[in-house]
Design a protein around this ligand. Structure first.
Ligand code: SAM
Ligand code: SF4
Length: 331
């Protein structure tokens, strides 16, 4: 009989986010420095077999929702057969992916067969601002691929990090975008994970400020119900086809119902985004650890899951900045 996974705060953990690579073809300035980070060598990355094994053990503990992330997941060679195997063999009840959508042009149909919903990171609807933020010229490909996904019947959730002085002019056009497109745009508060030692100021555009800004322009904004475990506060402008959401990623108002764990590209289990401590699963797996012991390791780590992102940050040397890049943790 399946024994579900709980933490010591009584939260049932049923959602795993797997970062399949730390590499990326973009250089979003809030995520990575322009020259990149010191990327992992191949031998230090989880292999597809090792990733599959971790997912399988987690699935046996009732973890039935998987999200694939990175780095850029489609930048990892061999990703498509892996995704198919996870879907077919492990039958997650929810299977999703977060991508910058630059590399999926040739795989739209396969992606549509694999995922009901795809999260696409796009921080600007303006082409020049897209370039300033990502330092790459892939805007046209991303927009074309979003439309191709929608045409293929995929639910598209666009994630836009709100960055003071960089893309706040895009907030209202993004909401306007939801008028005639059945798309969900989610505005994310910036978090201090940019992979540098610069203690640059974090954006003051918190969720309240973002919502007030939108309500200043769109008078008929309705709040929508939020399912348990969801991180996004959801809204719709009356009469619009699409919806918009706000993710208080830095304010951390959603930690109380957190149901998630993360596996980093080098095989660390992370129980909170704001903690820098992880549990190394790669070494014991390579030393031949059995599934039962792996399961115990995961249970022990999850029992120590932090109460919330503030407790996790306080347990470290302080609070901001966290020097890690999001690409090494999996956003
Ligand atoms: N490359 C993929 C992409 O961009 O969708 C997946 C990995 S990316 C690290 C996952 C998410 O983390 C993206 O939506 C990205 O915008 C978000 N992210 C990265 N750095 C962030 C930061 N400092 N604050 C808030 N969100 C961040
Ligand atoms: Fe790459 Fe995603 Fe980070 Fe941008 S946010 S640099 S697309 S991993």
């Amino acid at each position: 009989m399946e024994k579900p996974l709980f933490d010591s705060h009584g939260r049932r953990i049923n959602y795993l986010r797997l970062a399949v690579t730390d590499r990326c073809n973009l250089r979003c300035f809030y995520c990575m420095p322009e020259k990149g980070i010191s990327f992992l060598e191949r031998k230090d990355l989880l292999s597809f077999d090792e990733m599959f094994r971790i997912l399988k053990v987690a699935r046996g503990m009732g973890v039935d929702k998987f999200r694939i992330t990175g780095g850029e997941p489609f930048a990892r060679k061999g990703i498509m057969p892996f995704l198919k195997k996870v879907k077919q063999d492990l039958k997650p009840t929810a299977f999703s992916i977060t991508t910058n959508a630059t590399l999926i042009g040739n795989y739209i149909e396969e992606v549509a067969r694999l995922f009901q919903a795809v999260n696409v990171s796009l921080d600007a609807l303006d082409k020049e601002r897209f370039f300033e933020i990502t330092r790459r010229d892939d805007y046209d490909a991303v927009i074309a691929n979003i439309h191709a996904l929608l045409d293929a019947g995929v639910q598209v959730k666009v994630n836009a990090v709100v960055l003071s002085g960089k893309n706040t002019e895009d907030i209202l056009p993004f909401v306007e975008w939801t008028k005639n497109l059945p798309i969900e745009v989610r505005f994310i508060e910036e978090m201090p994970f940019n992979g540098t030692r610069d203690s640059k100021e974090i954006s003051d555009w918190n969720y309240k400020k973002i919502l007030e800004h939108i309500q200043g322009e769109f008078k008929e904004v309705e709040a929508l119900p939020v399912p348990s475990g969801a991180t996004s506060l959801m809204y719709q402008v009356k009469g619009f086809q699409g919806k918009f959401g706000i993710i208080p990623a830095f304010s951390r108002t959603f930690c109380g119902s957190c149901n998630r764990i993360r596996i980093t590209p080098k095989g660390e289990l992370r129980t909170c985004l704001y903690s820098t401590k992880g549990t190394d699963l790669l070494t014991p797996i390579r030393k031949g650890m059995e599934d039962a012991s792996l399961e115990e390791m995961i249970r022990d780590a999850v029992m120590k899951k932090e109460k919330d992102g503030f407790a996790a940050a306080a347990a470290r040397d302080g609070f901001i900045p966290i020097y890690e890049s999001m690409t090494t943790i999996g956003g």
